[in-house]
Design a protein. Structure first.
Length: 113
């Protein structure tokens, strides 16, 4: 089985598809989307630091101006479980990857028309 199933040739496209062909096309598109988000995720992994700092900056500014309202750990984010720091990183990376993919699709659609 191929990693990404191939498309039909223009001669094979008749405008009619069976249910199985629709499911195969759906599977192909889902695989392409997963690969695109995974590749974007690799790029987003390296951009995690700047994005995390951008998210923390408003909180750190508030803590600097109002130290009486700050928690005991200052500007650091509070985690309540052993895997929370990794989950925060994965969630931010996934968000960035999906945003990159969305921008890519928007530009690709606009430029190909």
């Amino acid at each position: 089985m191929k990693l990404i199933p191939s498309r039909k040739t223009p001669a094979e496209r008749t405008g009619e598809m069976t249910v199985v062909e629709h499911l195969q096309e759906l599977r192909r598109r889902i695989i392409i989307c997963v690969w695109a988000v995974a590749i974007s995720g690799i790029a987003a992994w390296f951009l995690y630091g700047p994005f995390k700092n951008a998210l923390r900056k408003p909180y750190c500014d508030f803590v600097a101006q109002n130290p009486q309202n700050a928690s005991t750990n200052g500007c650091d984010l509070v985690v309540t479980g052993p895997i929370d720091p990794m989950m925060v990183k994965l969630k931010i990376v996934l968000f960035i990857a999906i945003a990159f993919f969305s921008v890519y699709v928007m530009l690709l659609t606009g430029l190909s028309g």
